[in-house]
Ligand binder design. Structure first.
Ligand SMILES: Cc1ncc(COP(=O)(O)O)c(C=O)c1O
Length: 351
């Protein structure tokens, strides 16, 4: 039985062509700044995002945390959306490394300019200074949702009005780019720091970039060293990143089509899909979490429960449309097992 792994777009394995590019990469010692492949990737990333400079770091978490460390001082407040990855899933790094307090605003990950205004504390010595707003686009915990551009621009204007700096966690920025047709440069333009990952939908094994002005990236470079993120012949990894940027961006549209295909299949089984997928994630509900997950696992379908009765399935490079149809069939069989054949059939009739 083939496993259909929908837990995350991080589970992709390098393609044969990507492995060839890695094997043939020109390398040097990147801590000396002498790795031609790393330098090439960094220039590509800076140009794509319309920034002066970019720096390769091992992970999206390090990218976020190095950016926050660069933009803040101990005791500052960072405003971020609910469920922000940099707050919730990075092992307390914002507190541990930057000594900042992250305060969440809005609901479900997205927020608006009024919520930024409300989040800024009065100038009074009782309150910690709010200095940064961090956005996540696409938003993971919100189900791969895209921050609407106009809403983002209003937030930026509000933040700048209060003298705040801005970070964009663009781990899946290229999903937003492909889904909207709005270039990465336009999304990135107002931010002091922008991070994006090579190792999610883009299908590389390792690596994220932090992009910004030369001055900001120089400071992030020092912080990367402090965090132990300096890598030597990292060109092997950078070559995978270059290959991903050249060959795996436009194809994200297939992942988005597959997410819609999966959502339609789940709805036809009577499951509630919420919100409708905007990119490569499908969030849906079904009670009996433990029984459901184990019935799925027995049928070779892997996905994650994000809360009791709520699941996230992520489409990616390693699942084609046929595998999505097969996953829906197996999910239907799992539902029949846990609810009894009659109920599952009537649910699927509700299509
Ligand atoms: C929105 C977002 N930011 C950052 C990260 C962190 O990336 P990494 O797992 O490479 O540390 C993730 C990982 O899933 C993510 O979804």
């Amino acid at each position: 039985m083939t496993i259909i792994d929908l837990r995350s777009d991080t589970v992709t394995r390098p393609t044969a062509a990507m492995r060839r590019a890695m094997a043939e990469a020109e390398v040097g010692d990147d801590v000396y700044g002498e790795d031609p492949s790393v330098n090439c990737l960094q220039s590509m990333a800076a140009e794509l995002l319309g920034k002066e400079a970019a720096l390769l770091v091992p992970s999206g978490s390090m990218a976020n945390q190095a950016a926050l460390r660069c933009l803040t001082r101990h005791g500052d407040v960072v405003l971020a959306g609910e469920g922000a990855h940099l707050l919730r899933y990075e092992s307390g790094a914002a507190a541990a490394i930057s000594g900042v307090q992250v305060e969440t605003i809005g609901r479900g990950g997205l927020f608006d300019a009024d919520e930024v205004h409300d989040g800024v504390h009065p100038l009074d010595h009782h309150y910690p200074p709010v200095t940064v707003v961090a956005l996540e686009n696409t938003h993971n915990a919100a189900g791969g949702r895209i921050f609407p551009l106009a809403q983002m621009q209003a937030i930026v204007a509000a933040a700048r009005g209060h003298g705040l700096r801005l970070h964009l966690d663009g781990a899946r920025l290229f999903n937003a780019v492909v889904a909207t047709g709005i270039p990465a440069e336009r999304w990135a333009e107002p931010f002091d720091t922008v991070s994006f990952c090579l190792s999610k939908g883009l299908g590389a094994p390792v690596g994220s970039l932090v992009c910004g002005s030369k001055e900001v990236v120089e400071r992030v470079h020092r912080i990367r060293k402090m965090l132990g993120g300096g890598m030597r012949q990292a060109g092997i990894l950078a070559a995978a990143g270059i290959h991903a940027l050249e060959h795996h961006v436009a194809r994200l549209a297939e992942d988005h089509d597959n997410a819609r295909r999966l959502a339609a299949g789940l709805r036809a089984l009577g499951l509630e899909v919420d919100p409708p997928p905007e990119t490569n994630m499908v969030m849906f509900r079904q009670p009996d979490t433990a029984a459901f997950l184990s019935a799925l696992k027995a049928r070779g379908v892997l996905l994650n429960a994000v809360a009791d009765g709520r699941y996230r399935a992520v489409t990616h490079l390693d699942v084609a449309a046929g595998a999505i149809d097969e996953a829906v069939r197996r999910i239907g069989a799992a539902l029949e097992e846990i609810h009894g054949a009659g109920r599952a059939r009537s649910r699927s009739d509700a299509g």
